[in-house]
Design a protein. Sequence first.
Length: 252
Amino acid sequence: MNAIAPGDKLWLSVRREAETVLASDPGFSGSLSAAILDHPDLGSAVAHQIGQRLGEGAADRRQFARVAREVFRAAPDLVDAGSRDLQGIAIHDPATTGLLPPLLNFKGYVALQAWRVSNWLWRQDRTDLALLLQSLSSDSLQVSIHPSASIGTSVFLDHATGIIVGAFVTIGDEVTIMQSVTIGRKPENPDRAPRIGKGVLLSSGATILGDVHIGDFAKVGAGAVVTSDVPGGCTALGIPARLINCPEEVSR
């Protein structure tokens, strides 16, 4: 896959992958039916994954899946965003060869879709339920994204352990965030949160704090601490971060 497909075609592809796996290994029949084949569309399947990941018991799993389905029915654009997220993984992750593995096994994908649900609830003033989903995602998936954040599509939370995205953070399309990344405000300036541009790579252990803008297609190196702007196309390394490999027009 090298281009973003419409959501209905994506769902057909996911089902075909599941049927191929089932044909080669019938031992997966129960789990694949519950996760994929029993569902009419991607939204229903993603809602099931959210319930399975966030709920501690059967009743909780049913409840959270039901909440997610209701949100997806009310806001089908969230399913379109989830479709683009899933396809973005298949396109950009060299270790992924299909759509089914990230849908079933990548906790970062599920955490991002759970955030999309919580963000919609937050914008509907259902803040208590939104914050509950954030808390459960933090506990179960080790990904904590505040419901007030703003995140684009084709976003990839790679490995997705120890990721923290604070209140009012803005993240653009096609961003990749590795494990143990923190993005948040400074206590002395709580009204200003980081803004992450399109196509940015945030490497493992990076920290982005305060009223800063990371420009389109910039890279933040592993363990870097960024407290000032990073122009588009530049790489930020070190503590505090310094800029290298900037485009010529930025360097001038």
